[in-house]
Design a binder for this molecule. Structure first.
Ligand code: EPZ
Length: 419
C-alpha cells in the first residue's frame, strides 16, 4: 500500500494552478447519457472520474479519454444501452447514483445500486428518490438496488426539497430535463458545480432558469449536434492550497486558473483570520501572516463555508492565537481527522457537532492514517507544517480527488514523496 512521506516545516514558494472540479465533472459525465456527442475539457485526472467513466462504458457509451489534454469525448448512439449501475462501481464512488435520473428519463427505467454509507456519515438517497417519485417514477428497493420505472415518461411537477442536498438537486434536475411539461424545483442546492451542470444542460438544448434556490425546467428538444463544455475550476482544491499558502508562504504565492468571486465565503473567512489575500480576475495572491486570529465557523450549503474545507481549515486554526470553533452542520461524522491531528500535537476537543481548537500549537510529525478525501489532505497540510517527518497511510483516498497533488506541492519546494 502506498504512503506519503513529508518532511515538514519548510517554506512554500512558487505558483500553483487549479485543476477542473471533480464534483462538477461527475454529474456532467452522468448528464452525458442525455446527449449524443459531447466533448468535456478541463477534466481532472483523479480516481473518481475514472470510475465514473468506467460506469458510462458499462452503460454502453463510447468514451475517448485524452488524458494528456484533460479532455474526454463521449458518444452515445443509443444502442445496446444497459440501464444498470452495478454495486461494484457505485460502492467505490457514491456519485454513481447520479446516472439514475438520466437513465430513467431517457430510457424509462434504471437499476442502480444503493451507494450505502461511507466514512463521513450514513449519506442516504431518500431525497433523490422523493424527487423522482414526484416526477411520476415508480420506485422499489430490492436486493440493495433501486429499481426505477417510468414507462410512459416522467411528468413535470413542483417539488420542494425538505432539506438542501447537492446530489438530490442534481438527480432531480437530470430527470426533469425530459419530463413532460414544466418542473419547478424549490429549496435546491446552488453550489457552483450545479450552476456548471445547468450550463451544460442548456448547451444540450434544455430550457432552464434559476433564481435563488428555485430551478425551473421547461420541456424542450435536445440538440443532436456535438457540444463542447469546459468544466469549472475546483474550488475545494483552491481552498486547500490557499490554506497551505496561509500556513507556509513567507513570500507571496500566486494561485491561478480560478475565479475568486466563486469562493467569496472562503476568502472572507481566511481574511478574517488574518491571511493576506489579493484577488485578481483569475488568480489570488496569498502570503502568510504570523499574527493569525481565532474564529468561529459553521459549515453550510453554498454560499456558506463548505464542509469539504472543514478539515483543512482546522489545521490552519491549530496555528492561530486563541480558541476557535468549527461546527460541522452537513455530515454527522466528519471529524475523523481529529484523532490523527491530535497525534501530531494539535489540541482539539469535540463537543457534539463542534470542534474546539486551541492554538497556536507546535505540530510534530507522526505516522497517521487517512480516512476520507478531505481528512487525508488535512493530514498533508499538517505534515507540511509539522516539525520532522510525517508518514500518511491509506493515501488512495487522496487519489480520488486531488490531481497531481505531490507534483504541485513539490513545484513549490515542499518535501513530499510517495513510496
Ligand atoms: C456532495 O455530496 C459532494 N459530492 C460532497 O463532496 C460534499 O461534501 C457534499 O455535496 C456537501 O457539499 C459530490 O458532489 C460528488 P448532499 P452529496 O446530498 O451530494 C443529507 C468531497 O469530499 N442527505 O448535499 O452526497 C446527507 O446525508 C465530497 O468531494 C439526505 O439526508 O451531499 C448530508 O447530511 C464528499 N438524504 C446532507 O444531506 C439524501 O437523499 C448533504 O448531502 C441526500 C442527502
Amino acid at each position: 500500500m502506498q504512503k506519503l512521506i513529508i518532511k515538514g516545516n519548510k517554506e512554500l514558494n512558487g505558483k500553483i494552478y487549479i485543476s477542473g472540479s471533480k464534483n462538477a465533472t461527475l454529474p456532467i459525465l452522468a448528464a452525458s447519457i442525455l446527449g449524443n456527442q459531447v466533448q468535456l475539457k478541463n477534466i481532472p485526472l483523479v480516481k473518481d472520474i475514472f470510475t465514473m467513466v468506467d460506469l458510462l462504458n458499462f452503460i454502453g457509451l463510447k468514451t475517448n479519454f485524452i488524458k494528456r489534454k484533460n479532455i474526454i469525448n463521449i458518444l452515445n448512439i443509443d444502442k445496446n444501452i444497459n440501464t444498470l449501475a452495478p454495486y461494484k462501481l457505485v460502492k467505490t464512488m457514491r456519485a454513481g447514483v447520479l446516472v439514475l435520473g438520466p437513465l430513467l428519463t431517457k430510457y424509462g427505467k434504471a437499476k442502480v445500486s444503493l451507494p450505502g454509507g461511507c466514512a463521513i456519515g450514513t449519506r442516504p438517497v431518500d431525497l433523490h428518490l422523493f424527487a423522482l417519485k414526484k416526477l411520476g417514477a415508480k420506485i422499489k428497493i430490492k436486493d440493495g438496488y433501486i429499481f426505477a420505472e417510468a414507462k410512459k415518461g416522467l411528468i413535470g411537477s413542483v417539488i420542494r426539497f425538505p432539506s438542501i442536498s447537492v446530489g438530490a438537486t442534481e438527480n432531480a434536475l437530470l430527470a426533469a430535463v425530459k419530463a413532460k411539461g414544466k418542473t419547478i424545483l424549490k429549496n435546491c442546492a446552488i453550489e457552483p458545480e450545479i450552476k456548471d451542470l445547468i450550463e451544460f444542460l442548456k448547451k444540450l438544448g434544455v430550457k432552464i432558469t434559476s433564481k435563488g434556490r428555485t430551478i425551473t425546467i421547461i420541456e424542450s428538444g435536445f440538440k443532436n449536434s456535438k457540444i463542447v463544455h469546459e468544466i469549472i475550476f475546483d474550488r475545494i482544491e483552491l481552498g486547500t492550497y490557499m490554506i497551505a499558502c496561509a500556513l507556509l508562504a513567507k513570500k507571496k504565492m500566486k494561485i491561478e486558473r480560478i475565479n475568486p468571486r466563486i469562493v467569496k465565503s472562503e476568502i472572507d473567512i481566511l481574511k478574517k483570520i488574518g491571511v493576506k489575500i489579493i484577488k485578481s480576475k483569475s488568480a489570488v495572491t496569498i502570503k502568510r501572516n504570523k499574527k493569525l486570529k481565532k474564529i468561529n465557523v459553521t459549515t453550510k450549503p453554498y454560499p456558506g463555508f463548505p464542509t469539504d474545507l472543514q478539515a483543512q481549515l482546522m489545521v490552519l486554526l491549530t496555528q492561530v492565537n486563541g480558541v476557535s470553533k468549527i461546527k460541522e452542520n452537513i455530515f454527522e461524522n466528519r471529524f475523523m481527522h481529529v484523532p490523527e491531528l491530535k497525534r501530531m500535537g494539535a489540541q482539539i476537543e469535540i463537543k457534539n457537532k463542534t470542534a474546539i481548537i486551541k492554538g497556536p500549537t507546535k505540530l510534530t510529525g507522526a505516522e497517521v492514517m487517512a480516512t476520507d478525501l478531505r481528512a487525508s489532505v488535512s493530514l498533508v497540510l499538517a505534515g507540511l507544517v509539522a516539525e520532522n517527518r510525517t508518514i500518511i497511510n491509506r493515501i488512495y483516498h487522496l487519489d480520488r480527488g486531488y490531481e497531481f497533488l505531490e507534483d504541485k506541492l513539490k513545484s513549490c519546494k515542499a518535501e513530499i514523496k510517495r513510496i
